[in-house]
Design a protein. Structure first.
Length: 216
């Protein structure tokens, strides 16, 4: 069938409406043509993002400082852009980084590939991986846009102990997931004190640091 033989089933307007039909698609353009222009003054003025904006990823911690990531690699499998690389390793009594048997020893996200779809955070079974509102991820080199584990780990909150250290005595990884653990215990602090007496997250070392800063 040729174009000449084609007959549309849609009603064809006549008169003035029919004459203006070819330019009807410019309606939105014409409505906004005479409105004042609004220019975002970025980066001098930064507009807050929406609360659930998909920005830079973050690897979260439990309240006692242990990492939530268990190195299961489900986030890497879920990623449609193949932007995540994970290598797991086993926890040991002298190097317990997360509750349970394993932790993420290597964690990389290639932001040259990431499409910020959020499928990785949906796949995470421990809510270890979430997305922040940070969107300023530009950089001068390609290597700088491959974020390593230390770039993605959430900062230690007040009261947390830096890993590695043992789990809270008498708890399991399920207790951690259910929120039973609310902070480090004296037993955990004693272990860190015995193995890393200069650890800056120990209470006594925090006091010394604050005193030095006050003197300076």
């Amino acid at each position: 069938m040729t174009d000449a033989e084609f007959t549309s089933n849609l009603p064809q307007p006549k008169g003035l409406a029919g004459a203006l039909l070819p330019v009807a698609g410019f309606g939105v353009t014409l409505r906004n043509f005479f409105r004042p222009t609004v220019t975002e003054q970025y980066p001098k003025v930064k507009v807050p993002t929406m609360p659930r904006y998909h920005g830079r990823h973050q690897l979260n911690r439990y309240p006692d400082g242990l990492e939530k990531c268990i190195g299961c690699e489900l986030c890497a499998w879920a990623c449609p852009a193949d932007a995540i690389y994970v290598e797991a390793d086993s926890n040991t009594p002298d190097a317990q980084y997360s509750p349970g048997e394993r932790y993420g020893r290597v964690y990389q996200i290639n932001y040259l590939r990431c499409i910020f779809c959020g499928l990785c955070i949906e796949a995470c079974p421990t809510r270890a991986l979430t997305m922040t509102n940070e969107y300023e991820l530009a950089g001068p080199t390609r290597e700088g846009l491959i974020y390593e584990k230390q770039d993605l780990l959430a900062p230690l909150a007040e009261g947390m102990l830096a890993a590695p250290h043992p789990m809270v005595p008498g708890t399991t990884d399920t207790d951690y997931y259910r929120g039973v653990v609310t902070g480090p215990t004296p037993e955990q602090e004693a272990w860190v004190r015995a193995h890393r007496p200069d650890d800056p997250t120990l209470p006594e070392n925090k006091v010394a640091t604050v005193a030095k800063e006050a003197q300076a």
